[in-house]
Every structure is written in structure tokens, then in C-alpha cells.
Design a binder for this molecule. Sequence first.
Ligand SMILES: NC(=O)c1ccc[n+]([C@@H]2O[C@H](COP(=O)([O-])OP(=O)(O)OC[C@H]3O[C@@H](n4cnc5c(N)ncnc54)[C@H](OP(=O)(O)O)[C@@H]3O)[C@@H](O)[C@H]2O)c1
Length: 201
Amino acid sequence: MKVIVVGASGAVGKAAADALAVRHEVIRVNRSSGDVLMDIEDVDSIRAMYREVGKVDAVISAVGHGHFGPVDRMTSEQFMKGILHKTLPQVNLVLEGFEHVNDGGSFALTSGVLNRDPIRGGSCAAAANGALDGFVLGAAVDMPRGIRINSVSPEVLEVSRQKFDGFFHGHYHVSNEAVGLAYCKAVEGCLSGRTFIVDYG
Ligand SMILES: NC(=O)c1ccc[n+]([C@@H]2O[C@H](COP(=O)([O-])OP(=O)(O)OC[C@H]3O[C@@H](n4cnc5c(N)ncnc54)[C@H](OP(=O)(O)O)[C@@H]3O)[C@@H](O)[C@H]2O)c1
């Protein structure tokens, strides 16, 4: 299969890309490095990426960020950061991608643990994650030509332990192998409309 991985130089995207590259042709897409450059927050850039890569069998997105801070001090602008920088760019990757994905292909988006196991200051991220997981559930029943769509929702990765040190008290740290398997299931499996939770392994 030919598989696009957006965010392939990041912690999650690298786990996905490396797992799939064993068996498939993986196109690594980031903003500043990789096989193709793209800014997922710019719809024209998404369109240019699809034109450059051509038809594919799967599209994975592992990007996004939001606002962290106490809910009683969050402004609506800060809340929107999760929607604008995590949810909407990944949704746009799907909306712009239909004609570039082969029949029976798939999309896999990335949410995260915070809408099922919250931490203080994480309500913006929790909402962005919930929106993504809800989108794939709702979109799956509408997908044309046998195209599937899922999300992957990992716990904090072992490789990201230092980056999030002090924020995820009591949370498990998951391996690249466990995270990679979830994206393999999304791309190579048969399910659609699911959120593949990676809480252990
Ligand atoms: N790390 C974790 O433990 C963890 C756990 C659960 C969920 N997640 C979620 O997984 C996603 C990725 O997190 P991460 O930790 O892997 O991030 P990361 O290590 O910071 O990597 C981010 C990746 O996205 C790319 N990127 C950033 N902005 C972009 C843009 N506008 N257009 C295209 N590519 C862009 C980066 O490439 P450039 O450097 O070239 O910009 C990089 O490849 C986030 O939504 C995060 O919430 C992460």
C-alpha cells in the first residue's frame, strides 16, 4: 500500500510510519522535513500535497496542539486553539482527501488520552480529542467507495515522557510498538468508525 503519514517526524507519527514502512511505501509529510512538505493548517498546502503525492491507499495524521490551562481562566480564544490547531486541520485532511484515496482505502486521525483520563488544565485538549473521535464515528457511516476512517488515541508515549514530565501523574507510558500497531490496525484492518485506544504496552 501507499501510505501518507502527516507528522511523521514527530513522536506519534514516527511510531506509525516506522511500523507501516516494514510492509508498505510510506510518504513522510511534515511542515519542515520529509518526503513532502505541507502545512496542515493551510488548505491550499493540503491540496498541493495530495496533487504531488498522487493516489494513495491510506492517510494518517499525527499532528496538533492546543491550549493548556485551568478551565476557570480559559478564554474562548484559548479554547479554540484545540479546535483550530488539532481538530480542524485533521478534519480538513479528510475533506480534501477523498478523491486522492483509492477505493477501500482509509484515514486514521490522532486524538489522545485526555477525553477519557483527564489531567488538570487539559479541558481544551480533551474537547479537541472528543471532537476528532466523534467525527470519525459520524463520518464512518457516510464514507464513499468503501473508504474507512478511524482515530488512534494513545496514552503518553514513552519517548515523550520527558516532554510531559510532571503533568500526567499516574499515567502509563506506552511503547512505539504498541502505538505503531494501532495505526497498522487502522490501515491494514477492516474496522471503521472506531477509536483505537492505546493505554498499555
Ligand atoms: N506524544 C504523545 O505522547 C502523544 C500522546 C497522545 C496523543 N498525542 C497527539 O499526537 C499528535 C502528535 O503529537 P506528537 O507528540 O507526536 O508531536 P511532535 O512530536 O511535536 O511532532 C509533531 C509533528 O507534526 C508536524 N507538524 C507540526 N505542525 C505541523 C503543520 N502545521 N503541518 C504539518 N506538520 C506539522 C511536525 O513536523 P515539523 O517539525 O516539520 O513541523 C512533527 O512531525 C498531537 O495531536 C498530540 O496531541 C501525542
